[in-house]
Design a protein around this ligand. Structure first.
Ligand code: CA
Length: 677
């Protein structure tokens, strides 16, 4: 989900000063929400459902309910309950319990809460780990039977430092729906379990393509059960990104081969993860705990009315998500929910990382606890998020998990919108150009991106277009990118902003833009298909556009094979050379040295060195030069015996393009020069 920094600043200015001065210890964000502080909470791992040799136990947290009924069903979608059981209240922890002396595998259940004299709709609860079709009823399945062969021995890919991670953001349908993917299980979790798939021209697709490209992690768009796609009518081929959460702890049904079989989606998602792990690729899940698809009809409201969402003083839903509501991570039961849910995905599904949507709706304390708890499972689990909101929140700015507050968090990273908009032009204005497409004035902000927003003696943050201070204490707090699922693809952005120029210029600018991302300090992130110059026909918000807009046309891999080869070698260069992957701000300040260039006289030109075997690199010095101007520009390189790593739209990981003695070197328009000695 996107949000403009500008809008944010305008909004922040509109907030009453008192809100900014609220003490950090305050828990409730409004007079209305203060009532929830008195609620007893419950953090046991037996919430809602547990099956043991003694039978099946149910425990719903709903402290203010007057009555709760449990309904048991034979079917996940139709028919009346075969039994309705009144649940018993435990006032100490606010939970309602029921016990059935049989193991109810294969059955389904719902809860029904009576509060303020009114019976609410049925709900599968908030902890359904399996559901019937369309997620209306929770399912009781034996999870041990959902594990693919070898699951117990399944291992996360090793991650030494987060700066070693290379993220590839993908949607299940985008990757496989196009006929040219050659994939049988189109749009399904299983698509990435198929080895040997190719384009009609015989080039690799699917999981083999990912391996060939060299990315270390895929970041999958929302894959929990979401609301918008009717799982009973998959023949309609409805598309959605999935930012409309329904059941947070079960996979989305439309990505399984049989949404009516509650075990199928669980097993198939695990099969996908196992296949990726077997090929050395980690899986990061996009999580959207910040809001629910519905307000009063959400599972949160139907189990504990009022509690899980934030409100203004008058009791109206606050809406920092721009989707009608926002959740209340500052309240204990919601905070524990987010922590336990991510832990569940890491434990049960071996998920390797989490990307938090609109992370600044959550408070920094919650995010710190999420990272700490995940670290106990595996220190390699990578957590990052969007350091912004999409609307005003009752949560005070100092407590929001904002980009500018990332220094208050440990082991959490944020997207660098600084680098993104400075390199390609502002996301909200299609025609706007950036550093890589000839617009002057972005040089200092690109430098902020290059040093991963850490304190650097040669970078003047006051000249930055976005953040005005070095907000990252370490490069491992920064994710660098030029495009993602939101907004125009890089290709579409270049086609609009460089209209009238030949396509070869756009291809050159795309290479330059990604060279900046992949040589910068921090963690690089790319949007699936950019390596084959993928477009979305100019549609910037394609969240429910058809496959004809969203699916990647893999015939592009031959059409733009030079582009693919460049990305592949660029990734190989980063992986082979630790100088691009420093782990501390001190190292960057010491080993990354910018050459003096007067941007007012020669704009769109940046040159720097990674010196003295930076971060243990075999190369003593790496010279990196970017010319984002629409004309050739010349730099002066110190005399020496340099290997040419990148020049004129070509790149290698080992410097085998030739040699140069330095001196004056001219870079073509929109190009990078990388030398090493
Ligand atoms: Ca669904």
């Amino acid at each position: 989900m996107k949000f403009s920094r500008l809008q944010f600043l305008m909004m922040a200015a509109a907030i009453a000063p008192g809100a900014l001065l609220a003490p950090a210890s305050a828990q409730a964000q409004s007079a209305f929400d203060a009532q929830f502080l008195t609620y007893p909470t419950y953090n046991g791992d037996d919430l809602e459902l547990s099956v043991s040799p003694d039978g099946t136990d149910f425990r719903l947290w709903s402290p203010k309910a007057e009555e709760v009924n449990l309904s048991l069903y034979d079917n996940g979608h139709t028919g009346l309950p075969y039994e309705v059981i009144p649940m018993k209240f435990n006032a100490e922890n606010g939970t309602w319990t029921a016990h059935v002396p049989q193991q109810l595998y294969g059955k389904f259940y719902t809860f029904k809460v009576k509060q303020n004299g009114k019976w609410l709709q049925e709900t599968p609860g908030v902890w359904a780990k399996a559901v019937g079709v369309n997620g209306n009823r929770a399912a009781i399945i034996d999870f041990t039977k959902t594990n693919p062969a070898g699951w117990d021995a399944d291992k996360r890919p090793e991650v030494k430092n987060f700066s070693d991670v290379i993220v590839y953001e993908m949607h299940h349908r985008d990757m496989s729906m196009h006929p040219s993917s050659g994939i049988a299980n189109k749009g399904k979790f299983l698509a990435l379990t198929e080895p040997g798939t190719t384009t009609p021209e015989g080039l690799k697709t699917g999981i083999d393509h990912l391996k060939e490209l060299g990315v270390t992690h895929v970041h999958i768009l929302p894959s929990y059960d979401y609301n918008s796609v009717d799982e009973l009518n998959l023949q309609n081929n409805t598309y959605n990104w999935g930012y409309d959460p329904l059941n947070y702890n079960t996979p989305e049904g439309s990505y399984s081969t049989n949404p009516s079989d509650p075990s199928a989606r669980v097993r198939e998602m695990k099969e996908m993860i196992k296949a990726l792990h077997d090929n050395g690729i980690g899986v990061i899940m996009d999580v959207v705990y910040n809001h629910t698809a519905q307000n009063d009809d959400s599972n949160f409201e139907l189990t504990a009315p009022g509690y899980y969402h934030r409100h203004w003083d008058d009791g109206r839903y606050s809406d920092a998500s721009g989707c009608g509501n926002e959740t209340a991570s500052d309240l204990q039961q919601m905070r524990d929910y987010i922590i336990n849910s991510t832990k569940y995905w890491a434990d049960e599904y071996h998920i390797d990382g989490f990307r938090f949507d609109l992370m600044a709706i959550h408070d920094t304390e919650t995010m710190n606890q999420v990272a700490q708890e995940l670290k106990k499972i595996d220190p390699s689990i990578f957590v990052y998020g969007e350091g912004w909101t999409a609307g005003d929140s009752p949560l005070s700015i100092d407590r929001r998990a904002l980009k500018d507050n990332v220094y208050k968090m440990t082991d959490i990273s944020v997207f660098s919108v600084d680098l993104r908009d400075a390199v390609k032009g502002h996301y909200s204005n299609a025609m706007d150009r950036g550093f890589a497409t000839g617009k002057p004035g972005n040089e200092e902000t690109v430098k902020i991106g290059i040093v991963a927003a850490t304190n650097h003696p040669q970078v003047d943050f006051s000249k930055g277009n976005n953040s005005k201070f070095p907000y990252a204490a370490s490069p491992e707090m920064i994710v660098n990118y030029v495009s993602c699922h939101d907004d125009l693809t890089l290709t579409d952005k270049l086609r609009k902003s460089m209209e009238g120029e030949p396509e070869e210029n756009m291809l050159a600018a795309a290479k330059l833009a990604q060279t900046i991302v992949f040589t910068s300090q921090g963690t690089p992130f790319m949007f699936a298909g950019e390596e084959v110059f993928r477009d979305k026909k100019g549609v910037h918000n394609s969240y429910n556009s058809p496959d004809s807009i969203n699916a990647i046309d893999w015939t592009n891999k031959s059409k733009y094979n030079d582009q693919f080869e460049y990305y592949k070698n660029l990734i190989a260069l980063r992986k082979a050379h630790p100088a691009f992957r420093m782990t501390t701000a001190d190292d960057i300040a010491k080993h990354l040295v910018f050459d003096k260039i007067d941007s007012s006289k020669t704009p769109n030109l940046i040159s720097y060195s990674l010196k003295d075997h930076a971060n243990g690199d075999e190369w003593e010095e790496i010279k990196v030069v970017f010319n984002g101007a629409s004309k050739p520009q010349t730099v002066k390189v110190k005399k020496g015996n340099w290997k040419i790593v990148a020049q004129d739209g070509k790149i290698t990981s080992d410097g085998s393009l030739g040699t140069t003695k330095g001196g004056e070197i001219t870079l073509p328009a929109y190009s990078a020069l990388i030398l090493a000695r």
